[in-house]
Design a protein around this ligand. Structure first.
Ligand code: S1T
Ligand code: MG
Length: 541
């Protein structure tokens, strides 16, 4: 076996099911080996940001590692923003970068793709990963690969492997599978006992679930925990879609002043708020009507558990959930709290102009008729509109908030899970990475893509209403679909939207792009409330 093969087996053993990438001369030997040994299928895309987003989405949707393979310099540095988003949103993304061979690095020449020094790229990735290794010694490679890949899974964050181009074909032994270190049993027991004591003492406990619940594959166990705790469950904004297919008394998503005010009140008034895997960020908590006193919450995040002034370090969330389940009788009565209240699907008046909320209504009608579909959303009003779509599995950059995520993420989701997604994307974000749809057929994907075509960076206009720089002009995305191997439908009325969605759902094997011509200036109700709340909370009292 050679180094590339050993690496691919190690990736596969840790949940990877494909590699997304774009080669370059420093990565040709690596790509040659990936294709030759076929341990993991290789999917090439058109631009490295899309490669990173697709690999990120594959990891989020399927669990386990996502893999992005790129060339040195121009390729890897093009990937940085996607890796940054994966770091911020806790995604175990593995970057494989080609690099100059030993004899080239020592040639004394400046090498093409080089930046400041040959280590510049290494230093850039140091800021966006939890571990890194340069595989320039085939003897040491197996232990380095094991350490780095296991760090990605344990910390649920990106890692970086630099592979000089004279190394992929070098003979190499297999990468060991090292057992994850067990948490200190006494600390774990004390932590679980105190946490349950606090919840029992609380008169108004609430469980909020966040991204770590999905990243560590805990949805089923946390659903069981929710049932046994028999307390109300909400998701954070970033956790939207969590437990969507689990049987739990989910009240909905906490959005502070931008969401359901009764639900927000319940969260903000709770005297026992358990934040399970929640990123305590502005996007999750910025528009709370009253600042949640984090000293009264129980925060389980990034390997630590914080309760009041007590900190329990190195308590992995999975171990804690299991310890809590051990302490709670399995026979606890199933709670009768209501499931997520579904917004009534008002009938769409046929010839009226389309507003963002009409898209949610039309998607809800489709999902209620044909069954659930996973969603991949970009940033922009499309993500706020997604809050009005029935609770479905949702991939979105809700915290790092980079544009360009939606379409590549839809491809990554379908490649990794085989499930056909609905992609929600604004016209501005589509201009960035929507063209990856040209690779959909080659990747075996046929997403339904809803372009929120408001001819504007509307989310920015909401804060800068007089600025002209948010004008994008009306692009005719529908007419571009055929050239990329899909079908395009331009719709301007609600009836046209419903008909196009039905037609798109019935058509398989080609991506379906629905170019929704939105009336300028319209915001979804959630984004409108969010903007109001931000303005209110940021204006001097
Ligand atoms: N560039 C990238 C890569 N990501 C970003 N988030 C931004 C810039 C800033 C930005 C937003 S929201 C937004 C921009 C430019 C406009 C999005 O326009 P579009 O996709 O058409 O969606 P909509 O019209 O619904 O707003 C965030 C807030 O920083
Ligand atoms: Mg727009």
């Amino acid at each position: 076996m050679n180094l590339a093969e050993s690496l691919l087996h190690a990736l596969k053993a840790r949940g990877a099911t494909e590699v997304f990438g774009i080669p370059g001369d420093f990565a040709l030997p690596l790509f040659r080996e990936i294709e030759r040994c076929a341990v993991l299928p290789l999917f090439t895309l058109s631009h490295e940001p899309g490669v990173g987003f697709a690999a990120d989405a594959a990891a989020r949707a399927r669990g386990g590692l996502g893999v992005a393979a790129v060339t040195y310099g121009a390729g890897a540095i093009n990937l940085l923003n996607s890796v940054a988003g994966a770091y911020a949103e806790r995604v175990p993304l593995v970057v494989l970068s080609g690099a100059p061979a030993a004899h080239e690095s020592g040639s004394g020449l400046l090498l093409h793709h080089q930046v400041k020094t040959l280590d510049s790229q290494w230093k850039l990735f140091a800021e966006l990963t939890v571990d890194r290794a340069r595989l320039d010694d085939a003897q040491r490679a197996p232990e380095l690969i094991a350490r780095v890949l296991d760090a990605a899974l344990a910390r649920s964050r990106p890692v970086y492997l630099e592979i000089p181009r004279d190394m992929p074909a070098r003979p190499c032994t297999a990468v060991p599978m090292n057992p994850a270190p067990a948490p200190d049993p006494e600390r774990l027991a004390a932590c679980a006992d105190e946490l349950l004591a606090r919840l029992t003492a609380a008169a108004r406990p609430v469980l909020m679930v966040g991204v770590e619940v999905r990243r560590y594959g805990l949805e089923e166990r946390v659903a069981e925990l929710a049932r046994r705790l028999a307390c109300p469950v909400v998701t954070s904004f970033m956790g939207r879609g969590l437990l969507a297919e689990a049987e739990v008394p989910l009240l909905g998503t906490y959005l502070g002043l931008a969401g359901d005010l009764a639900l927000s009140e319940r969260v903000e008034q709770s005297d026992g708020l358990l934040l399970m895997g929640v990123i305590v960020s502005d996007t999750n908590f910025a528009v709370s009507s009253r600042r949640i006193d984090m000293r009264k919450t129980i925060q389980v995040y990034d390997g630590d558990v914080v309760m009041g002034h007590h900190v329990y370090p190195a308590v992995p969330i999975a171990a804690l959930v299991d310890a809590l389940l051990e302490r709670l009788p399995a026979t606890a009565p199933r709670t009768t709290l209501p499931l997520v209240p579904r917004a009534p699907a008002p009938a769409l008046a046929g010839d009226a102009a389309i507003r963002p909320e009409d898209i949610a209504t039309a998607v809800n009608a489709l999902l209620r008729e044909h069954g659930s579909m996973p969603l991949a959303s970009d940033i922009g009003d499309c993500l706020f509109t997604a809050m009005d779509i029935d609770h479905s599995a949702l991939l979105a950059p809700g915290y790092y908030a980079t544009m360009g995520y939606g379409v590549p993420a839809g491809l990554g989701l379908q490649v990794a899970t085989g499930r056909r997604p609905i992609v929600l994307v604004g016209d501005g974000a589509f201009q960035m990475t929507g063209w990856e749809l040209g690779n959909a057929a080659r990747c075996g994907c046929d997403p339904i893509v809803l372009v929120f075509n408001n001819a504007s960076w509307e989310m920015l206009r909401a804060f800068e209403p007089t600025a002209r720089f948010n004008d994008l002009g009306r692009w005719d995305f529908a007419s571009m679909a055929a050239g990329m191997g899909g079908d395009g439908h331009a719709v301007a009325t609600r009836a046209e939207l419903e008909a196009a969605l039905a037609r798109a759902h019935a058509t398989r094997g080609r991506f379906q792009l629905i170019d929704v011509r939105l009336a300028p200036g319209g915001l979804s109700p959630t984004l409108a409330r969010y903007v109001q709340a931000v303005k209110r909370l940021s204006s001097p009292a």
